[in-house]
Ligand binder design. Structure first.
Ligand SMILES: [Zn+2]
Length: 109
């Protein structure tokens, strides 16, 4: 999971990736094999950045978007799992309802 500081670094790499990949994926750009190769290279750059930050090798760079800690809710007070979203009403792991949790962060931020 990425905290907000780590996420900032990752987000810039991801938006960089999207800027570069757009013209490559354009149908009129270049031949398909070359496009695949270039996209692969760009994906590796993002993956390398992720590795630098976390020490984990994530090859599916689209999965990285789901590693932002702030996109998840608080820790479940019963099982310790993260709520799926800050708005989630219950723990997806054990089913504990949020209003039964002891700490009541209001999720502003
Ligand atoms: Zn739980």
């Amino acid at each position: 999971m990425l905290d907000e500081q780590e996420w900032e670094r990752m987000a810039s790499a991801l938006s960089d990736f999207e800027q570069k990949v757009k013209p490559i994926k354009h149908p009129a750009a270049c031949d398909h094999a070359e496009a695949q190769r270039l996209v692969g290279e760009l994906e590796r750059e993002v993956s390398d950045r992720y590795f630098e930050i976390t020490g984990y090798r994530e090859t599916n760079i689209h999965a990285i978007r789901h590693h932002r800690l702030a996109d998840f809710g608080p820790e479940c007070s019963r099982c310790g799992h993260l709520f799926r979203t800050p708005q989630a009403g219950f723990c997806a792991n054990c089913g504990l309802k949020k209003n039964l949790t002891t700490d009541s962060a209001d999720g502003h931020g």
